[in-house]
Structures are given as C-alpha cells and as structure tokens.
Design a protein around this ligand. Structure first.
Ligand SMILES: [Cu+2]
Length: 252
C-alpha cells in the first residue's frame, strides 16, 4: 500500500504545470525565438478525495519583467543547499535583450481566447488563455514562443533561469476564494496575492533555464554563476490578471 501511494504521489509531482522545454540555449538570431508550450498537468482537486477531477477553464502565464525582479546568483554547479546571494545590480548585468519575453502562438486547441498581458510600455510579459475548458484527466498544451535570450558576454553568468508564474483557474473567485478546488498556483512565494500558501504547488513555479552557449565565460569568472530571476510581488499583483474588454474577470 505504501509503495502504491508513493507512485501516485510522485506522478502527481511530475504532472505539475511546467514548460514543455524547460532548458534552452542562448539565441542571438534576429527576431530569434524558441517554440515551447505550457503543459497543464492536471485539473483542480475535489474536496471529497483530493483527486484532480475538476476541469480547468483558463490559465495565466507571467514572466519576470526584469525591472524590479529579484535577482540571485550561486556559483555554477553548486549544491541546492548552497544559499543564493542577492545581486544588487540590474538584469542587464546578465542579459542584454530582455524586453518582451513571450509571444503567443495563436491556437484554439484548448481555450478559445488568448490575450497578452503587457506593461505600460507595451512589453509582452505574459498572456492569459480562457473560454472553453480543459477536461480533467487530459493534458493541455498552450503554445508560445520565448524571445531569444542573449547573455551579457562580459558577465560571469553560466546560465540564467527565469521563474515563470502560472495560475491554472478552475473556478473564478476572488483571492480569498483560492483553494485546491478553484485554482492551481505555480508561482514563487514572493509575498504576492498569488503565493497560495498551503495549497498544492506552493512555491513550485515553472522555470525557463537559458544556458550560456555564445560568448565564452571570461577566464576571470572561474566556474561562473547560475543566475535566477524571480518576479517581484508587486509585479505579480499587477500582472496576474485576466482582463476581458477592460474588465477584470480574475481574480474577481
Ligand atoms: Cu501537481
């Protein structure tokens, strides 16, 4: 019985919502992009037996804006127990071309509507897709491309990992109504309204890791740095929204 339970639990972990291709190389091609999908792994959990039997009616995907993002570094290849250091500089210290990280690939395969989430300058920081539903027990592929990322050639970054915040919505509620039955939050715990403390997927966001493959690491860098870019709480509170025709639909 214990072995059976262990198998069920680990399958559930692998079914968390993630990018289909979570690790890519740098890409300096003109208008370079990398095709990818958000993979919605499972629906929401019913309150009777906790199984993921509730259909998903929409998803919200947000990349860090790179302006007030939380930037941390670790020596490349260090153990997960090594504490990350806060970087006091800007994202440009590590990435030279971050502006509009994501482009929607038009598709009605899963949801009927797709709309960008932009900042005040028009940068495309994410998108939502909704209308119709993803049936519980099925996987959903939501196609997108990410902009080609160029790592600052003078930096010591060996890789840069962008934390991608995703909300899979099963029932439209306000923030107070978030539960395992209404939403699956794949977000970093940064103190936003979307942390989902105690809920399935707590502090287990999707990631996009970009490996340095163009300019060689300067020899003065030694082994180099693994850099992580997380969105700020302020950004998530601003951007994790579904707005239809000027009206905020989610959270209510
Ligand atoms: Cu899961």
């Amino acid at each position: 019985m214990v072995a059976v339970l262990a198998v069920v639990v680990s399958q559930d972990i692998f079914a968390h919502t993630r990018l289909k291709t979570p690790t890519i190389d740098e890409n300096s091609a003109n208008h370079g992009s990398n095709y990818n999908d958000v993979v919605i792994g499972h629906g929401c959990q019913n309150e009777t037996d906790g199984a993921s039997t509730i259909d998903t009616v929409g998803t919200v995907v947000v990349f860090p804006d790179g302006k007030d993002s939380i930037i941390t570094t670790k020596p490349a290849g260090s153990a997960s127990t090594v504490e990350a250091a806060i970087h006091q500089g800007t994202l440009a210290d590590f990435v030279t071309n971050w502006a509009s990280p994501v482009t929607i690939v038009q598709s009605k395969d899963v949801f009927e509507m797709q709309k960008y989430i932009k900042d005040s300058l028009g940068n495309k920081l994410g998108f939502w897709a909704g209308g119709g539903k993803l049936t519980a027990g099925y996987r959903g592929l939501i196609p997108l491309t990410t902009a080609g990322v160029v790592i600052n050639p003078n930096s010591c970054a060996k890789s840069v990992t962008f934390i991608v915040s995703i909300a899979d919505i099963c029932e439209i509620t306000d923030v107070g109504g978030f539960s395992n039955a209404t939403v699956q939050l794949w977000t970093p715990a940064v103190g936003s309204n979307f942390d989902g403390q105690g809920l399935h997927g707590y502090d287990s966001p999707a990631t996009l890791k970009v490996n340095r493959t163009i300019a060689p690491l300067p020899t003065s860098c030694g082994a180099g740095l693994d850099v992580t870019i997380k969105p700020s709480a302020a950004q998530l509170n601003r951007d994790m929204k579904v707005i239809v025709d000027g009206n905020q639909v989610w959270p209510k």
